[in-house]
Design a binder for this molecule. Sequence first.
Ligand SMILES: [Zn+2]
Length: 494
Amino acid sequence: MAPQFPSIQSFFQVKSSPSSKEHQPPSSSPSATPAGDGFSTEEVDAVLHPTIDSSWTPTQEYEEQEIGELDAGPRCVTFIGRVVNLYDQATPSKAPKAAKGCIKLIVADNTGALTVRLWYANMDYKLHLGQLISVWTPHLSYGENGTLAPSSAPLFTSIFPERDRNCHFKSHENSDEGVQCKKPIGYKKGQPLPGLMTLQNFIDGGYDVADGKILVCVKSIGARTKVENKRGTTERINIGLFDDTAEATLTLWGSTTASAVPWRPSHTVLLITNPGWRIDRRAWISVTANTHVDVDPLITDAIWLRSFAQRLTKRDHVNPPFPDGVFDTEAAESSQVRILYRLADIDEFARAAPKEKFMGFLSIIIMDLHIVTNFKRNMLMCTECCGVPLYANAVTAKCKQCEKYQPLRINPRILGTLADETGALAQGKVLFSDAAWEQLLGRSAFQLVSSSAEVLRYLEQRLLFLRVSLCFGWSLYEEGGEEVGRLCVWGVRV
Ligand SMILES: [Zn+2]
């Protein structure tokens, strides 16, 4: 059977004219095309509203190569990489067929980097740092003196896909799974990245190191502002950066500012090679022609820095839910063996075998209570909704963010320090189940919030310095992997 060739129509797109019959102004209008000037509507349209045809069928073989393998000379090659530097230079011209500008890109994969001079006329290439792109080109050259290509990527190709059908440019917007070309040049697993230093070391003189690298996490993303300069107005954005040693500000200019749109504070990690810098009272980082920026590189140090950043932002839940199904309380209740722990034993056990789950009993004294104080502050019960703590002297309360009613649990901070002969548990750090609260307070949550201040004062006095037995369980993680890491009290024997 003959191979399926596309029909002739697939090579010619049906172009719809914006000035079709429905939209055509009346012939008396001065903007209407005078009838009979010799040009058809299609011909006029093609000049006034050029359609950008981004489809491309290569006419010859292009050899797929890694960037590190590429060399200068006339040869049809194709390569894939990520944008690590971009600079858009407008070249205003009145000539209708001339390019309107050139975007200078540095594209890198795991093996090397090269400069792409991408000329454009009508195409609006929406490019950003970290973008995965493919280039097809028939020629590569070496830039001399850093004029056509920066010294960090001297090999370059100059392409004008809109005019030259031998070259093509494609950005992988939807097909980018975030894995390809994510390792920086020179990275070997298990080995430190050459030239990588902490931000503090960079500030303290490391900026003099050739090919010095800093690995930083985005802390904040400023607003895009317009700045006047000699060449007109340009956009600027300041990005707060940090690692575990210091902080800095990265300034992005012009078309590079769009790169920061998908970045997320405390999540996005940037590996910046050869950063531009200015150090006064704080460190100012910039992207120069030789700078490479790897966005979220797949390296162990980046994973560590991101988890470091997340730990910093993680705030304790005001009232974490009691972990259901983690502890077999029925078995513990009926067990013949009842182990009485002291607080020091628990500390020792948890440190020696952090992944071990264990259950037992504790005999502690309640050193102070804050029932009346929390009652007066309208904070006897609490929970969190929409990331915001929610307090009330009621069993439910309305979240101010989502306007939904949420069930509240007893505020763990009504209990102060709990101590035995070997140690103490800080205020609010123990997780009580609803049943344990009821056993301790001798009343349900609803009865607690319905009580008068007088009754609560009496309750507080009765519980103060009382020795109680706590049935507890300890586990670092829930079944699903959620962190518990607290003493969980499922029963109280007063
Ligand atoms: Zn809410």
